[in-house]
Ligand binder design. Structure first.
Ligand code: GZL
Length: 320
């Protein structure tokens, strides 16, 4: 290239921009995320997915574990507001009690994304998007498996005990509603006991022990709102001298590895998938929100149903 006045000027401009470029490099997106806790295999997979997606995208993730307490989530959200994060995201441990703190986020002009669980608020503009499963449908799918099983055993009736998730949480409320909707009016299917096991293995075992003490061999089916409670209950059933998966059918939700292992051992009959791998969708949505692009108010995830018969074939494909 000939060294003309114009070329020299162009080269000098390019050099100055190259030098200045770092000064103009976009500041990484900062997301404040309040997680429910670490209560289940599902939650562990959900947290890993979010942290992994943030790392891969170069997002600055401020992560807070609420240990399943709403007051800790409110504190975390207030801290994110004070730190002026770009986006706040959280999985609300329970449905209600969020209006005040979400109004504070709105006043601070910090957009809020819900993942996993929904909230009940007076003003839907308090969050920009909710990314998560349809828990009512998950409850329906669990019940449909049992309805079909009962049709193959026309002379039997089924007394069901139910281990509910965390009191007041969207998955517990909706999975209960969906299951009840499908078995309604079916004289062969009856829920005889229903109590929260708070989504944990320990509590699931403890409550199942109480069910067995009061109902014993009268129990034909356990419906657990998540696999962790089902796995805890399976231990209680075995300690009571009964065969889980045979004496007491075990119907559960999540689709975590522990459930597949239990199905391979013949101790769990079906798990309804609830996909925890929400990290990529969360990061993409947060990036779009930050860029001022429109995002869907509701983003659902595709999920399946895995009866024990398919466990061996499906297990190697599982991602959580
Ligand atoms: C469902 C999620 C529930 C899981 C449980 O999306 O909120 O919480 O089903 C977890 O395993 O503890």
């Amino acid at each position: 290239m000939r060294l003309t006045r114009r070329n020299l000027l162009g080269a000098a401009m390019a050099a100055s921009l190259a030098v200045a470029a770092p000064a103009f490099a976009a500041k990484p997106l900062t997301i404040g995320f309040s997680q429910v806790g670490a209560e289940s295999e599902w939650r562990t997979a959900n947290t890993a997915s979010i942290k992994d997606a943030a790392r891969k995208a170069g997002v600055n993730l401020k992560f807070a574990d609420a240990q399943q307490r709403q007051e800790n989530q409110v504190k975390a959200i207030r801290s994110f507001i004070a730190q002026r994060v770009d986006v706040i995201a959280f999985s609300p441990v329970v449905e209600s009690g969020w209006d005040t703190v979400l109004r504070e986020a709105k006043a601070a002009k910090i957009p809020v994304i819900l993942t996993d669980r929904a909230v009940k608020v007076s003003d839907p503009s308090l969050y920009v998007s909710f990314i998560g499963s349809d828990f009512v449908e998950e409850g329906r799918r669990a019940a449909r498996w049992l309805v079909e099983h009962a049709k193959k055993n026309p002379n039997r009736s089924y007394n069901i005990v139910e281990l509910q998730g965390t009191v007041g949480s969207a998955p517990a409320l909706d999975r209960k509603a969906g299951f009840a909707e499908v078995i309604a009016g079916n004289p062969k299917l009856k829920i005889i006991r229903s109590q929260t096991g708070d989504f944990t293995r320990a509590k699931g075992k403890e409550v199942m022990e109480a069910f067995l003490k009061s109902e014993g061999k009268n129990i034909n089916v356990l419906y657990a709102h998540n696999d962790d409670m089902a796995i805890g209950a399976i231990q209680a059933i075995e300690e009571a001298g009964l065969k889980p998966g045979k004496d007491i059918l075990v119907v559960s939700i999540d689709g975590v590895r522990g459930a597949f292992e239990a199905m391979l051992q013949g101790k769990l009959n079906v798990t309804v998938e609830c996909n925890p791998l929400l990290g990529p969708q969360l990061i993409q949505t947060a990036q779009a929100v930050k860029a001022g692009k429109p995002v869907p108010k509701r983003i659902t995830v595709n999920e399946g149903v895995f009866p024990a018969e398919v466990a061996a074939k499906e297990f190697p494909n599982r991602k959580y």
